[in-house]
Design a protein around this ligand. Structure first.
Ligand code: NOJ
Length: 986
């Protein structure tokens, strides 16, 4: 909606009301072919700190290229200042900006899970920088420190090497002058810092004091950068101009940022030697392996921007900022993975540059001179730039991407376990009009035999966009309405946004105003901006008092007309401010304690998400797991729930874009994510809708949603064959819910994404490293979308390290040496493959809502690998409470070896589930389907609890086209949660 919201030029009054009403009309009914207006949002050359930091990097490159000396950077360690606390795993030093004579302190803390935390602070700042406190940004406490195993100095004392890690596998090499460091895993360089000399830290300064490299007389500067490198006077002048750009005030279109604190940006380069890919930095509608924005191969002119913005109908293939920002990236090469998280919620830009072999060889004498003796064949460099906040960077090391996801989510929080219903199918639209509409839609799902779990209500259900209220004419009996769904095992969700209508007769507004918990403008008044309800103010969720107040709004006594089966959707929380700069909050707005909005912008939406989560806990007395969907997100969002990718379009290319977008979010901690099925804007042609359902059924968050101006598109409205095709896709989702729910449980333990890039599963297969247009659901299912109409076949890359079976027919895929296969895509299916070696738990009896299936028996698909083996796991609990935290759950390790399928207690479950837990949440296995056998077994022997059962198991076998046999064992009647074996005798 963003870009069609023209901002009124006068702040209040009837003219504004009329203008905004017109804006809303345009917003609701956008002209056909309307696209995002990119010039509502800044480019790098319109963002002063981006200009300054990029200019500095260009300058560093110039120095590098033109100078015969080794790399120049004015930052250096003060001689003799490097100190170690071996036990505490701490390295400290004094760092000097020799150019400006500004002292800094450096500390590197070595932490568990192969993590290093690098902090750089001004030693004598004139003001203090905002530090995103652990409480707002980290899971709980910092990971424990690990001791330094050894430290040595190079002969000339120019480099110091510190060894750490359980197996002494990690080393940190610090170079004193110019300051740089590298981190290696098993002696292979993983990361280098300031290799390119882009490190540039704008120290605090008083407004009237000339400061900065730009204001110095070149001949008097200690580094003599300009003189020695022989750059021309003109270049020097331009650099000074660029480094001085808009230090104290910045204007964009008709808005001015007053910047009372002046410049405070920071930038640095981080390189991944030997690696050609870098991933992460969501949210962008871009490739999963990030395309370069700098250097000879650059694809985009702008860096990737991290600044939460309401960008409707976003353009694809772009580094433009979107609704969420996670300042995290990772890289991988065979044997070594590395990741980086900058714990800072200010606006960021990140350039990506790829260096090939010739690039590197031409500079090899200067490149990687430390920590490594061999120039790599490729390298990827990221230039990170942040407007303000602290320099607080975590670097993660490992041998595979899963190590990095584990470390990153150990730090920022493990994903929460959703309620079981939340993993099923959600039906949303802007808007289901009234109670009758809700009842009709609900009834039609039953009539057409299509399961669904949740019906969603958008902003029109409220009394004039006053959240926590109902439009009493359309929803007079909201509790009854929810209960009508609840008896069928179904839930509802209502939307609750952070903008509060400025209306004294609206309780939430009046109370929040009186409590003083709204964000203030630069003059100290409650921010008055425009959003759905008209003139609005925004709750300051950085304030604990505000979060508490907000959480209390969810109590059943406060949120009248809500019931325990009502859940929450937080939208517009970037925050979207129609009248603000770039459709968001002014950066000089003030939060609790005088904190500028610029310092907390990217975490704001997550604090709303958190506060709503806490509200749900409160209303159930901490008994029920909350479900909250948020549009804005930040590092750690996974602790509170799900996100979706915002206002996409009903177009094939948006379906295509959803896969890399979700991979990027999912590998950055937020494993529970999805895209609006069908596309939010516009009307999908039925083929597109079907293809969208077919792929989204295998993605973590599965919700159809549509703009108010679109035609109704509930699954039964298109007639045959479409209704049947959509029905089949949704029903398939319900069948694999046990598998997906088990993946969610895995994510809570290790941060493993639900939807995975191929490289996460095949870290040794270089051909997977750049793939982002197909994905794994867990480790056992590979999916590739169909992304155009009438597409008869699709090319799929299938890693040769595994055997693969067609998901639908179970026929083994003919091996191809290249790993590429062409798979036919008739209307009823997209390419979905079963990985040999996996066990997929399923429930085949689809009912109208997932909770009604919770006690149904299981079917296990066992797909054998080359060795005739398979492994998997199965998680089950009550599906809604926190009792699983008291060992009331089942986690079985399933394994098929030596022709025997066995179920044992998973190693991560410390004690066996009690009999009552097994009775409550365990179910019978009613069918085993074994795929990839050469012959059918003659006999089957079942052993449970060490005792052979005399049960006769019916064996059915079928020879498939590949010549292999699929065997179905009917009703072995073993119970999930117990230990048992099913042995096939041939
Ligand atoms: C913008 C959201 O992205 C969209 O999903 C929602 O329908 C509208 N706001 C109205 O609430």
């Amino acid at each position: 909606m963003a870009s069609v919201r023209r901002k009124p030029t006068i702040s209040a009054g009837w003219k504004t009301q009329i203008a905004c009403a017109a804006v809303l009309l345009v917003a609701l009914f956008p002209a056909p072919g309307y696209m995002v207006k990119s010039d509502d949002f800044k480019r790098c050359d319109q963002s002063a700190f981006c200009v300054r930091q990029r200019a500095y990097a260009d300058f560093a490159d110039k120095v590098y290229n033109d100078s015969k000396d080794s790399r120049l950077s004015p930052y250096e360690l003060v001689a003799g200042s490097l100190k170690f606390d071996e036990k505490a795993g701490l390295v400290t030093a004094s760092l000097l900006d020799a150019e400006n004579k500004i002292p800094f302190s450096l500390s590197v803390s070595l932490l568990e899970r192969n993590t290093a935390r690098v902090q750089i602070k001004e030693t004598r700042p004139v003001k203090s920088r905002y530090e995103l406190s652990g409480d707002l940004a980290l899971a709980s406490e910092l990971p424990k420190s690990v001791p330094i195993s050894s430290s040595t100095n190079s002969k000339d004392s120019s480099e110091t090497t510190v060894v750490f890690g359980e197996k002494k596998q990690n080393s940190l090499v610090i170079r004193a002058k110019p300051f740089a460091f590298s981190l290696s895993v098993n002696n292979v360089p993983a990361v280098t810092f300031n290799e390119h000399g882009y490190f540039y830290y704008e120290h605090w300064r008083e407004k009237d004091v000339a400061a900065g490299l730009a204001n110095q007389d070149a001949s008097s500067s200690s580094g003599d950068l300009v003189v020695e490198t022989g750059i021309t006077d003109d270049e020097e002048k331009k650099l000074k101009e660029a480094l001085n750009k808009d230090l104290w005030e910045e204007t964009f279109k008709s808005t001015t940022d007053s910047k009372p604190n002046g410049p405070a940006s920071m930038g640095f380069d981080i390189s991944f030697p030997g690696s050609s890919n870098v991933y992460g930095l969501p949210e962008h509608a871009a490739n999963f392996s990030l395309l370069p924005t700098r250097g000879k191969g650059k694809v985009y002119d702008d860096p990737y921007r991290l600044y939460n913005l309401d960008v409707a109908e976003y353009i694809l293939d772009s580094p433009m900022a979107l609704y969420g920002s996670i300042p995290f990236m990772f890289s991988h090469k065979k044997g070594v993975s590395a990741g980086l998280y900058w714990m800072n919620a200010a606006e960021m830009w990140v350039d990506v540059e790829k260096h090939d072999e010739s690039d590197i060889l031409s500079k090899a004498s200067k490149w990687l001179p430390f920590g490594s003796h061999k120039a790599p064949k490729a390298s990827t460099t990221a230039h990170w730039m942040a407007e303000s906040g602290a320099f607080d960077v975590f670097i993660f090391l490992g041998t595979k991407p899963m190590d990095i996801f584990d470390s990153f989510t150990a730090l920022t929080g493990r994903p929460v376990l959703p309620q079981h219903f939340a993993v099923a199918y959600h039906q949303c639209r802007w808007n289901y009009i009234d109670e009758q509409d809700v009842a009709d839609v609900d009834a039609n799902f039953d009539k057409f035999d299509i399961p669904y779990d949740v019906l969603w209500l958008d902003i029109e259900h409220t009394d004039g966009k006053r959240y926590f209220t109902w439009d009493s004419a359309k929803f007079p009996n909201s509790e009854q309405m929810q209960n009508n769904l609840a008896v069928k095992g179904r839930k509802m969700v209502t939307i609750i946004d952070p903008h509060i209508k400025r209306d004294d007769s609206y309780k939430v507004y009046k109370e929040a105003k009186d409590l003083g918990i709204f964000i203030k403008d630069k003059n100290g008044n409650d921010v008055d901006g425009w959003c759905w309800p008209g003139s609005s103010s925004w709750i300051d969720y950085t304030d604990e008092k505000a979060r508490k107040y907000w959480a209390e709004r969810f109590k059943f006594s406060e949120y009248k007309g809500s019931t325990p089966s009502l859940f929450t959707w937080n939208d517009m929380n970037e925050p979207s401010v129609f009248t603000g700069p770039e459709i968001t909050m002014p950066k000089d707005a003030l939060h609790n304690g005088g904190v500028e909005h610029r310092d907390v912008h990217n975490v704001y939406g997550t604090l709303l998400h958190r506060s709503s989560y806490e509200g749900h806990l409160l209303r159930s007395d901490n008994k029920e797991r909350p479900f909250i969907l948020s549009r804005a997100f930040f590092a750690g969002t996974q602790r509170y729930g799900a996100i979706w990718t915002g206002d996409n379009f009903a177009k094939w290319d948006h379906l295509e874009a959803s896969v890399p977008m979700l991979l990027s979010v999912g590998t950055s901690g937020v494993v529970f994510s999805g895209a609006d099925v069908g596309g939010f804007f516009g009307n999908p042609e039925p083929d597109l809708l079907v293809r969208w359902y077919q792929v989204a059924a295998f993605q973590p968050f599965f919700r159809a949603h549509a703009h108010i101006d679109t035609k109704r598109r509930e699954p039964w409205l298109f007639g045959e064959p479409y209704t049947s095709l959509i029905r089949a896709a949704i029903r398939e989702r319900y069948k694999i819910l046990p598998y997906i729910y088990t993946l969610f449980a895995e994510a809570t333990r290790s941060g493993a994404p639900i939807m995975r890039p191929l490289l996460a599963e095949f870290p040794e297969d270089e051909a997977t490293f750049a793939i982002g247009d197909q994905f794994m659901l867990g480790s056992g299912i590979l999916v590739k979308p169909v992304i155009s109409k009438d597409q008869e076949s699709v090319n799929v890359y299938v890693p040769q390290a595994s055997v693969w079976y067609d998901y639908h027919t179970h026929a083994k895929l003919a091996a191809s040496t290249s790993g590429h296969v062409t798979i036919k895509t008739p209307q009823e299916r997209i390419p979905v493959l079963l990985r040999g070696g996996s066990i997929i738990p399923r429930r085949e009896r689809v009912r109208r809502a997932s909770n009604l299936m919770l006690r149904d028996p299981y079917t296990l698909w066992v797909a054998l690998d080359q060795q005739g083996q398979a492994h998997g796991e199965l998680y089950a609990d009550d599906g809604h409470t926190f009792q699983y935290q008291e060992n009331k759950y089942i986690l079985s390790a399933l394994s098929y070896t030596h022709n025997t399928l066995s179920s044992t207690l998973h190693t991560t479950q410390t004690s066996a589930p009690s009999e009552s837990t097994i009775t409550e949440v365990g179910s019978r296995v009613e069918r085993l389907v074994i795929v990839g056998l050469k012959t059918a077994p003659k006999r089957v022997v079942v052993t449970e609890g060490g005792k052979k059962s005399d049960r006769e198991v019916l064996v059915e076998s079928e020879k498939l086209a590949d010549g292999l046999v699929r065997v179905t064992l009917r009703d072995p009647a073993v119970i999930v949660g117990r230990e048992w074996e099913v042995k096939l005798e041939f």
